[in-house]
Design a protein around this ligand. Structure first.
Ligand code: UD1
Length: 427
């Protein structure tokens, strides 16, 4: 049975919600548990999401004992792990590739089918593989799977051609158990990398420079169990801030880290939105008028690609013409055709979208083609006149915990309705 999300829009949202733990921090931290022999990693503020279940199942398949209840997760690893990952799980989620570095470091071999995930460009893992090869791994691609082998990995200097988040995480995890020092140059600087580095340091790893472009890791012989709190989800928090903005409402997101969202908050202020920013909360104040702004997505601390679809939805109702350039992924505009069904005026030219603001959006039947595209449709649906029906809701549930409850808590009219496997938009 599939599900669709039905929204009735055109009402200002008002109220307070608390940010969930960051999916993109929890996934690598979970994978890092594989680096321990007979240890237990205890995590708190873990969001209850499909992707988290997929990673839990993957770790269980490799031999770990994973328990999860009410945001607390405990991962216990045995003496011996399996090193061949199950294709069905790996193909569900691109972040499955994060087990490659830990398996290679800990078991000296790994088999990983090339991963799946959101339909946003080709998304190769060549930078992960190049880095691991530089550390001494032998890597072959056979029948659609990566086969990797290594004795103890060796510390080295690795320059990433692009500051890939996943490659930085995989190499960081591989390096903590390598022989000697690894230096990762042009490393990703996302807050999720620092959450992982903090975890590894608490486990006994020696890491300096996370959060900068150069990370230095001194390899150690083994790691031990520890506990860590997952950072708040900056993309989820931002999506609800944008829900306040697009409905002209008064939304407060608590339990978040505003300094992780500076690119968004600065853009909103430039666009004429009034915000109240405190140490751990952001409130959208009604009364501002959203004006057009231009932006390009970039690695952190630049404007996040994971917020590009959502801010585009908001800018569809701004006064004037906005320009968004997508610089991280090659084809991340699948939401555009769906937004157009709701009355948005968007023209695509290569990696650039030109958005002409309109007065009103109208509810329509649309399809969530990927996680953040789905979030953009939710935002448009909250602002649109009448009903919006979003099919393939499962994509949204990969990244947003209790979305309907949170929207209702803000006064939104939202409901998940079961539908037939083959049911979809009628157009
Ligand atoms: C992570 C996030 C994802 C976010 C992305 C960029 C997780 C679980 N997911 O994904 O939500 O959109 O960062 O902020 O944290 N690339 C290569 N070769 C590689 C690796 C990446 O060419 O080996 C390219 C990708 O195709 C893409 C760009 O680099 O164009 C960024 O990818 P990357 O930073 O690796 O994203 P992910 O770690 O997959």
């Amino acid at each position: 049975m599939n599900h669709k999300l039905v929204l009735r829009g055109d009402r200002p949202l008002k109220g307070k919600i608390t940010a969930q733990g960051a999916k993109n921090a929890a996934l690598p931290v979970m994978a890092s548990a594989l680096l321990m022999k007979n240890g237990t990693l205890d995590l708190s503020r873990v969001p209850d999401l499909h992707d988290i279940q997929t990673m839990s199942d993957l770790l269980r398949n490799l031999g770990a004992d994973v328990r999860f209840a009410e945001g607390k997760m405990s991962i216990a690893t045995p003496e011996e792990l399996d090193w061949a990952t199950p294709p069905a799980l790996v193909r569900k989620m691109r972040a499955s590739s994060l087990v490659l570095g830990p398996l290679l470091a800990r078991c000296h071999r790994a088999v990983l089918p090339l991963p799946g995930g959101c339909a946003i460009g080709s998304r190769p893992i060549d930078l992960h593989l190049k880095g691991l090869t530089k550390m001494g791994a032998e890597i072959r691609l056979e029948h659609g799977s990566v086969h990797a082998e290594a004795n103890r990995l060796k510390g080295t200097r690795i320059y990433l051609d692009f500051p890939s988040v996943g490659a930085t995480e995989n190499l960081l995890m591989a390096a903590v158990l390598a022989e000697g020092e690894t230096v990762i140059e042009n490393a990703a600087r996302e807050p999720e990398i620092s959450n992982l580095a903090d975890t590894l340091i608490r486990m006994g790893g020696q890491i300096e420079g996370d959060g900068t472009g150069t990370i230095r890791v001194k390899g150690v012989e083994e790691l031990h169990g520890t506990e860590i709190r997952i950072i708040p989800d900056r993309i989820e928090a931002s999506t609800y801030i944008l829900a306040g903005v697009i409905t002209g409402g008064d939304v407060t997101v608590n339990g978040m880290e505003p300094e992780h969202l500076e690119a968004l908050l600065a853009k909103l202020e430039e666009a004429g939105i009034r915000l109240s920013i405190k140490d751990d909360s952001v409130r959208t104040l009604p009364g501002g008028t959203l004006s057009a702004v231009s932006l390009k997505t970039l690695p952190y601390p630049g404007f996040p690609t994971d917020l590009q679809p959502q801010i585009m939805a908001a800018l569809c109702l701004a006064r004037g013409t906005s320009v968004i350039q997508e610089r991280v992924f090659e084809s991340r505009f699948l939401h555009v055709s769906e937004l157009k069904r709701m009355g948005c005026q968007i023209e695509l030219q290569g990696d650039t979208a030109i958005i002409t603001g309109v007065e009103h959006l109208t509810g329509a039947e649309v399809r969530a083609t990927d996680l953040r595209a789905g979030a953009a449709l939710v935002l448009a649906g909250l602002a649109a006149n009448g009903y919006t029906c979003i099919y393939q809701m499962g994509h949204i549930q990969r990244g947003y915990e209790n979305m309907v409850e949170k929207l209702k808590c803000l006064g939104g009219d939202a409901e998940i309705v079961a539908c037939d496997e083959n049911e979809g938009p009628k157009f």
